[in-house]
Write a protein of this length. Structure first.
Length: 427
C-alpha cells in the first residue's frame, strides 16, 4: 500500500502551504470592485478570501453538532430540552444576516421598458424584455419592474399575466410631457425612461434597456455609491467619457424626475444619454460614474481590446475569451445585403432578436445563420425560448420558428423555415 505523507504538525507549515497555493493561483479580479486597466497589475494579487472555507468549517461543525443532539435518545428532557437544543442549533448570526439582506434587497430593483412605437407593428422590445426577465430570474433575487403600454402579445395572450408568471411587476407606461414637445414626438418618447426616477418605493434601481443581455450576476452594482452607467462607445475606442444610459443605476426621486423634465425643455439635446449627462454634470455638479468595459459594453466591442481582469502570475493576460462584459448592449451587426430584395440594411442588434430573416444570409448557394458565429446568441436565444416557448407557451410563427432547433440550427440551405415567416424583416 502506498504510504501517505505526514500530516503537517504546525500552523507555520500549514500557512506556508496556503501561501504556496495562493501564489500558484491565477490572479482573478473580484467582480463588482471598481477596476480599470491602469490598476490591472494589482488585480487579484490579494490572497484568496477565507470566507468560503470558513463557511465550510461552520457547516461541518453544524452537521456534527446536529448528529450529536439527535443521537442522545433522551426523550425525558421534555419540551424545554428540545427548545434548548433547537436554540443551540439555530444559526442565529446567519439568520440575522439573511433578514437584513432581504430587507435591503426589497429596496432595490431592476427596471425595463417595452413601448409601442407608432407606425411599427413589431414587438421587438417585448421579446427583448422576456429574455432580460428570464436572465434576471436566473441570476438575481432583486425585484424586477416592467413599464409597458403593450397589453397583449401577437398571439393575443396577456402581457401582464405572462410577465407575472416570471415574477415581474408589470406597470403601465406613462407619457412624459415635456413643454414644447408633442407626446408623440420621437424625442418625447426617448424620455419615457425618466419614469425610473418615479419608482420611489425603491432606494436604488438599475435601468436595463430591452436590447441588453445580462450575462452574469450584477447585484454588486447595487452596492456602489452614486449613479453608474455604461460608457457610450459604439465605435469601441475604449475609455469613453460619456454615459450610455441603456444600463444605468440611479436613485429614484420625484424631485429629480421633475428637474430632468424641466431641463429637457430648456437645453438642446438629441437623446436621453445627453440629457441625463448634462443634467447631472452641469446642474447637480455630480457626473454619472462610468462602468469599465468588462462590466458593460456594446456587443460590437466583444473581443475588441476590452481589458480582462483574468491574469497570469506575471501580470500578463490569460489567453482566450476572458473579457465578456456583464452587461452587453445589443449584439452588434454588420452592413449586409438582404438576399431577397438586395436592399442594403444596417443592423446593430442582429442576434438579440427573433428575426431569422436578418440573421440568415446567403453564402455560396446556401443560407447561413450568421448568429451561429456570435458567442452570446445561443445564450440570448436560450433565455428567450425558455421564457416564451417552454414556460409561457406563446404561440406565434416567429417564436416557434426561432425556438425550433431544426429551424435555427439545421439549415442545409433549406428555405422551409423562411417560407413560414412574413415577407421582409420584422421591425
Amino acid at each position: 500500500m502506498e504510504e501517505r505523507g505526514p500530516v503537517p504538525a504546525s500552523s507555520s507549515s500549514s500557512s506556508a502551504a496556503t501561501a504556496t497555493a495562493n501564489e500558484a493561483s491565477p490572479l482573478v479580479h473580484s467582480e463588482g470592485d471598481e477596476w480599470d486597466e491602469a490598476s490591472a497589475g494589482d488585480v487579484g494579487s490579494r490572497p484568496i478570501p477565507a470566507l468560503p472555507f470558513l463557511w465550510t468549517a461552520v457547516f461541518v461543525c453544524g452537521v456534527f453538532l446536529s448528529a450529536a443532539f439527535f443521537s442522545t435518545g433522551d426523550e425525558s428532557a421534555g419540551a424545554a430540552g428540545d427548545a434548548a437544543r433547537s436554540s443551540q442549533r439555530r444559526p442565529v448570526v446567519e439568520a440575522k444576516y439573511l433578514v437584513s439582506n432581504f430587507e435591503e434587497q426589497q429596496k432595490q430593483a431592476f427596471v425595463m421598458m417595452a413601448a409601442e412605437v407608432p407606425g411599427q407593428l413589431g414587438s421587438s422590445s417585448l421579446w427583448g424584455c422576456l429574455s432580460v426577465a428570464r436572465a434576471l430570474q436566473r441570476l438575481s433575487e432583486r425585484h424586477l419592474v416592467l413599464l409597458t403600454d403593450f397589453t397583449t402579445f401577437p398571439d393575443k395572450s396577456s402581457v401582464q399575466k405572462n410577465f407575472e408568471m416570471l415574477g415581474v411587476d408589470v406597470r403601465v407606461l406613462q407619457k412624459v410631457i415635456v413643454p414644447g414637445l408633442a407626446d408623440t414626438d420621437v424625442k418625447s418618447m426617448m424620455l419615457q425612461k425618466l419614469q425610473a426616477w418615479r419608482l420611489t418605493e425603491f432606494e436604488k434601481v438599475i435601468w436595463v434597456d430591452w436590447d441588453v443581455l445580462v450575462f452574469r450576476n450584477v447585484d454588486w452594482l447595487f452596492d456602489r455609491e452614486w449613479m453608474w452607467a455604461a460608457r457610450d462607445d459604439p465605435l469601441c475606442h475604449m475609455q469613453a467619457e460619456s454615459p450610455n444610459t441603456g444600463i444605468l443605476m440611479l436613485y429614484p426621486d420625484e424631485v429629480v424626475f421633475n428637474a430632468l423634465v424641466d431641463h429637457a425643455s430648456k437645453v438642446p439635446w438629441t437623446n436621453a444619454n445627453g440629457l441625463i449627462r448634462t443634467y447631472f454634470a452641469d446642474v447637480q455638479k455630480r457626473p454619472v460614474k462610468l462602468l469599465s468595459e468588462v462590466e458593460a459594453d456594446y456587443g460590437q466591442c466583444l473581443g475588441h481590446r476590452i481589458p480582462t481582469p483574468y491574469r497570469n502570475k506575471d501580470g500578463t493576460t490569460v489567453t482566450g475569451a476572458w473579457s465578456t462584459p456583464a452587461f452587453v448592449h445589443k449584439s452588434g451587426g454588420v452592413q449586409y445585403t438582404w438576399y431577397e430584395g438586395q436592399k442594403v440594411n444596417e443592423d446593430e442588434n442582429t442576434c438579440f432578436s427573433i428575426d431569422l430573416k436578418v440573421q440568415r444570409l446567403p453564402s455560396k448557394g446556401q443560407i447561413l445563420n450568421v448568429c451561429h458565429y456570435h458567442p452570446l446568441s445561443a445564450y440570448w436565444r436560450d433565455n428567450l425560448c425558455s421564457a416564451a416557448s417552454d414556460l409561457l407557451k406563446i404561440k406565434t410563427i416567429e417564436v416557434e420558428s426561432f425556438c425550433s432547433d431544426e429551424c435555427y440550427y439545421q439549415l442545409s440551405g433549406d428555405f422551409s423555415c423562411l417560407e413560414q415567416l412574413p415577407d421582409g424583416p420584422m421591425p
